[in-house]
Every structure is written in structure tokens, then in C-alpha cells.
Design a protein around this ligand. Structure first.
Ligand SMILES: [Zn+2]
Length: 187
């Protein structure tokens, strides 16, 4: 997973852990280990393996796994291990479900960007050539077109660049969303 996405997931895990009275560092550690064992045909990791790798107490590991299951971030599956047919639960990160969460977040960002674009396109802005502070037309009018900070004459701000940039961000993100949707809903 991309670095940026991983960071936002880890931030979420920290908050989740605190709300569940779980050590955030331990929770992140367990998540990373299980994530690494969740791609392709990997069977995931059992709670026993996690205890061995991390050295954390059984009750801690189980509490963390339960927390991730409740948050729909991990799924477990039962496996019988030969030769004694020992039953073990293997844990994997539910990548689809996490992607679905990210998809929601991306959609929220797109609508925010569209709102900003509308704002940029509908309004006239004035900027101070000395300190770069920016004002709407009505603010600039109230200040009689001189900067309230330094007194310089405010100049009409050409926001064409900002508009183009916003348009590009929106287009890129919309393409990403489309790809995500295709991946999630076709599987
Ligand atoms: Zn100024």
C-alpha cells in the first residue's frame, strides 16, 4: 500500500486503539504483521504466531485482533492443522473493506474540492503584492483596496492557475475513484 495511505490508516489505528484501551504501538505492530501476510494467497497469521513473533501476551493479542474485527479491518478463518487436526484461527487484513473506507474518504475530498472550485470561479479576489494576503471583493472594497496589514494597494488576483490546479486535482481523484470502484465491485 502507498505510504500516504498507510500513514492515514495508522493514524486511524492509533485513535481506534485509544478508544479501545489498547496500546497503540502494539496495535500498529500487529496490523503491520498481519497486513504483510494478507496479500495474494497468503493464509494470514494465527494468534499463536502473532504471540510468538511479537512476544505480546495472549490476552493482548486477542484483544487487538477482536478490536480490528469489530472495526471490520480484519477477518479470520478457521483452519485445521495436521496431523492432530488442531483448530487455529488465521487473521488477514480485510483489504477490500479498508479500500471501501478510503473510497468514502476520497469521495468526500472530491466534493470539498468541487466546492472550492465553485468558490474560486464565482468570486473575484484581491491580493497584497507585499505580503501575499488575499481578500474577497467585498473585503477589499471595505478596506478601500488597500491592505489592512501593510497599506499596500491591493491587486486583482488572477486565480486562473488555482482554478486549473483544482480542476486537475478533481479529475485525477475522480479517475482514481473510478478505478477503485471497478476493483472493489468487480471482485
Ligand atoms: Zn499587505
Amino acid at each position: 500500500m502507498a505510504d500516504k495511505i498507510m500513514k492515514s490508516i495508522e493514524r486511524f489505528i492509533e485513535r481506534l486503539a485509544i478508544s479501545n484501551e489498547v496500546d497503540p504501538q502494539k496495535a500498529k505492530h500487529v496490523f503491520r504483521l498481519v497486513l504483510e501476510a494478507s496479500f495474494g494467497n497468503d493464509k494470514g497469521l494465527s494468534d499463536v504466531e502473532l504471540e510468538e513473533i511479537t512476544g505480546y501476551k495472549q490476552q493482548d493479542v486477542r484483544k487487538i485482533l477482536r478490536m480490528f474485527a469489530e472495526a471490520k479491518m480484519m477477518i479470520s478463518s478457521k483452519r485445521k492443522l495436521p496431523p492432530q487436526e488442531l483448530v487455529r484461527y488465521y487473521w488477514r487484513v480485510d483489504i477490500d473493506s479498508i479500500n471501501l473506507g478510503l473510497l468514502k474518504r476520497k469521495r468526500a475530498v472530491v466534493s470539498k474540492l468541487k466546492y472550492r472550485l465553485e468558490h474560486e470561479m464565482s468570486a473575484e479576489f484581491y491580493v497584497c503584492p507585499l505580503d501575499g494576503s488575499r481578500y474577497s471583493f467585498s473585503e477589499a472594497f471595505d478596506y478601500e483596496f488597500s491592505c489592512p496589514r501593510c497599506g499596500a494597494v491591493l491587486e486583482r488576483n488572477d486565480n486562473q492557475k488555482a482554478v486549473e490546479e483544482l480542476r486537475r486535482f478533481i479529475k485525477e481523484l475522480e479517475q482514481e475513484i473510478e478505478e477503485d470502484e471497478r476493483k472493489i465491485y468487480s471482485s
